[in-house]
Design a protein around this ligand. Structure first.
Ligand code: AKB
Length: 311
């Protein structure tokens, strides 16, 4: 039986992931940890520790104490906030990963999950249906840290046999926990404003297309890649996975079909440059062929789920 450690469990992905892992594996087999106290109510029915992933000693103690066999490392600074705190972002995103990879090697952890992002691509990558293998010249500190992280993952797998698995998440859309510090977060805030009939001040231009995905698909992808037999995981850097792709104008129009007119103003800020450097859409044939990935939620389905969940 696996005993799972989730690092960064109070964040946008962490809450949904802990809930789903506990549903599948049993509440006491999934240990939630986060740098923040207290434990969010949604996951407070199970074990929780306050933990900073940069504190390697405590991490090592916890892995031993709880007989951990699998780690999901979600703690990171996302793209927008990382541009404002480049040194802190590099430290957390890199040293956090290196701590886990080292402990994976030393403690012979069975499996590690670490998320990469579409931010590994840059403006010299093809913009439409960006392929798995292509030019990768990210211009954000977040993207640079994710690309370096991918190389470290592949290195630890090839050199030490650490079974680390990764996917490049697109922008994730969910309602259980608020996102923080990302460039794609507008696609969540727009729901809140539309439901409350407030002005939505969009920090991206109306025609900025970005790859996006509903959280349930992202969580299923995460668990499916972790449960796949090791020989099916042929890419040990990170897999492209595609959900959908839309612009602020397109999502606004779709939401209006459900909720009526949205009051929206477009005032692009520094996040526009980040978004402009990323793909519009993603090609994911390796994930589909290697471990059977397929998307479920398209934009109309996402909108229905978000409105139901937030109302
Ligand atoms: C961000 O916007 O920084 C993230 C991402 C695409 O990795 N959501």
């Amino acid at each position: 039986m696996s005993k799972i450690l989730v690092i960064g469990s109070s964040g946008q992905i962490g809450i949904d992931l802990v809930l789903e892992l506990r549903r599948r594996k049993g509440v006491n087999n999934v240990i939630a940890t986060d740098i923040k106290e207290p434990c969010p109510t949604l996951i407070s029915d199970g074990p929780f520790y306050q933990l900073d992933v940069l504190d390697k000693e405590k991490l090592e103690w916890l892995i031993q104490e709880e007989n951990i066999t699998e780690v999901y490392l979600l703690a990171a600074l996302l793209s927008a906030i990382a541009e404002q705190k480049p040194q802190a972002a590099w430290k957390l995103n890199m040293d956090g990963l290196l701590n886990i990879l080292e402990l994976g090697k030393q403690k012979k952890l069975k499996k590690i999950f670490w998320p990469s992002s579409i931010a590994v691509f840059g403006s010299n990558s093809p913009k439409l249906n960006t392929p798995q293998h292509t030019i990768m010249e990210p211009s954000t500190i977040y993207g640079i840290s994710k690309l370096a992280g991918e190389r470290w993952c592949e290195y630890y797998f090839n050199k030490f046999g650490v079974d680390v698995r990764s996917i490049r998440y697109p922008g994730l859309i969910s309602y259980k926990s608020k996102p923080g510090g990302g460039t794609t977060d507008y696609a969540i805030e727009i729901f809140e404003k539309a439901i409350n009939k407030e002005l939505f001040n969009c920090y991206l231009e109306k025609n900025t297309f970005l790859p996006m995905m509903y959280m349930d698909d992202a969580i299923r992808a995460t668990i499916e890649i972790m449960e796949a037999p090791p020989e099916k995981i042929k890419i040990r850097s990170s897999y492209n996975i595609a959900g959908t792709s839309f612009s602020p104008e397109e999502i606004a129009t779709e939401i209006e079909k459900e909720l009526g007119r949205i009051n929206i103003a477009y005032n692009p800020d520094f996040r526009q440059n980040i978004a402009d450097s990323w793909p519009d859409s993603i090609e994911d044939k390796y994930a589909r062929n290697d471990w059977g990935w397929s998307v479920f939620y398209d934009l109309p389905k996402i909108i229905k789920e978000m409105i139901k969940g937030m109302s």
